[in-house]
Ligand binder design. Structure first.
Ligand code: HAM
Length: 419
């Protein structure tokens, strides 16, 4: 048997139902905040990610599904959604449409990471990007929308951690200070950090091995007065929106495009892969990719991880309301037509195999969880009626004219609170 690839998984019922519920909650929340959907390609030019996600990031260095296609083009499966949205924004001149620059996406991403609980090679992100607003209110709105989404989806017990990386000037100054410190500590650093301190010293703060001790010992970042003012205004607005958060000056995030505010949402219930969401400002990315000067902020939640947090919630009842049974050889067509009429009237209906015995079809109706079995046998066929048998409530079987069955069932289902 050919099996799925490691790190690639099937999302089946009831988990797929949970995915759909979270997506529906997200779409509702996005509507409240004026975000519209952007459906962007899964495959892009590899260069897009090298230039935006960043060539010193783990994602680009070792996790991309990149290959040369049949036409000799260097392409990559998207490891994240932000670069594609930014490319689409620039390519389609979306900055000139007079619209609000708010986009959301729901889609699968690909990273060749080592698979473990909550970490897959194909996973789904729900992301939001707000392009064109430099104000702290955009930061506060973006983060509070994220918190609203988690609440709406029923994910509790998460903590919001925020930081500011400052503007290009702040980062340049801090980079020098940090680099000096890291050079002096090179002996204590893990191999990968030692390899990249010259290219990207900030990444050491994000390292699983060295991050914890560096958070204690490394010099702290400082912000210029503008960045300081932006960060405190963001916090004030978050407070006003009732968002609980914690500031952690060691939070740097693992992607290269961030400037200013960065944030993560974590849940202790997830174990080692505790990040439910990551995001931040990327004020220089649109311009550096060839677009207009358009400051931006966004985030992405991992849908697989959100679903893990909700997996113990009772699955919604997806049982059909009715189950139709043909109890005579010639009754199949009429029973099939009845099922069609029920569905047309908005009543869910299912069946098994009309060729099987009444007993076997009754057994299937019991297993289906339906509230009513609708049976057409020889007598009903002759009389143009349908026998209705309650499966979840006490009550005798009775017959109604076939044409009246949908209306009668609606009445019964309403009376029984939809059972
Ligand atoms: P990220 O932190 O790389 O940010 O990913 C965001 C979220 O995607 C993570 O918090 C996690 O829940 C989920 N995720 C990431 N990798 C995996 C994986 N291998 N398996 C399962 N879930 C995973 C970004 O991708 C940025 N584009 C976010 C952003 C949008 N920043 C600004 N705008």
């Amino acid at each position: 048997m050919t099996t799925s690839l490691r790190g690639f998984r099937d999302i089946l019922p009831p988990e797929s139902e949970l995915f759909a519920q979270i997506e529906a909650a997200a779409r509702e929340v996005f509507g409240l905040y004026g975000y519209q959907e952007a459906r962007i390609p899964t495959l892009e030019q590899k260069e897009l990610f090298v230039k935006s996600t960043g060539d010193t990031t783990d994602i680009v260095e070792k996790e991309m599904y990149a290959f040369t296609d049949g036409g000799g083009r260097e392409v990559a499966m998207r490891p994240e959604g932000t670069p594609g949205v930014v490319r689409a924004y620039i390519q389609n001149n979306l900055g000139q449409t007079g619209r609000n620059g708010k986009f959301f996406y729901i889609g699968n991403m690909f990273r060749a990471e080592r698979p473990q609980a909550g970490r897959y090679r194909e996973f789904t992100q729900i992301g939001a990007e707000y392009i064109g607003n430099p104000a702290p209110a955009a930061d506060a709105e973006s983060i509070s929308m994220l918190v609203r989404l988690l609440e709406k989806a029923g994910v509790g017990g998460c903590s919001v951690v925020i930081n500011s990386l400052g503007c290009a000037e702040c980062r340049k100054a801090y980079r020098e200070v940090l680099l000096g410190f890291l050079r002096g500590q090179a002996g204590k650093l893990c191999e990968p950090c030692r390899g990249r301190i010259e290219r990207n010293p900030l990444r050491a703060l994000d390292c699983k091995t060295d991050g914890p001790w560096l958070a204690q010992e490394a010099p702290k970042r400082t912000l210029c007065p503008n960045c300081e003012a932006h960060f405190s205004a963001t916090q004030r607005l978050l407070g006003a929106a009732g968002v609980a958060y914690e500031v952690n000056t060691s939070l740097v995030r693992g992607l290269d495009y961030y400037t200013g505010t960065v944030f993560e949402v974590r849940s202790g219930a997830l174990g080692s892969q505790d990040a439910v969401c990551g995001g931040g400002r990327y004020d220089d990315l649109v311009r550096s990719m060839g677009g207009p000067a358009a400051p931006a902020i966004g985030w992405a939640v991992g849908l697989d991880r959100m679903a893990m947090l909700l997996k113990d919630r009772p699955a919604p009842d997806k049982a059909p309301k009715t189950f139709v049974i043909a109890a005579a050889k010639e009754a199949g067509d009429r029973t099939f037509a009845l099922m069609t009429a029920l569905r047309a009237a908005g009543i869910s209906s299912d069946f098994s195999n009309f060729e099987l015995s009444l007993k076997s079809q009754m057994r299937s109706s019991g297993k289906s969880g339906a509230a009513f079995a609708l049976i057409i046998g020889e007598d009903e066929l002759k009389a143009g009626t349908v026998a209705i048998k309650p499966l979840k409530q006490q009550g005798e079987q009775f017959t109604v004219p076939a044409a009246d069955a949908p209306a009668k069932l609606k009445e019964l289902l309403n009376a029984g609170n939809n059972l």
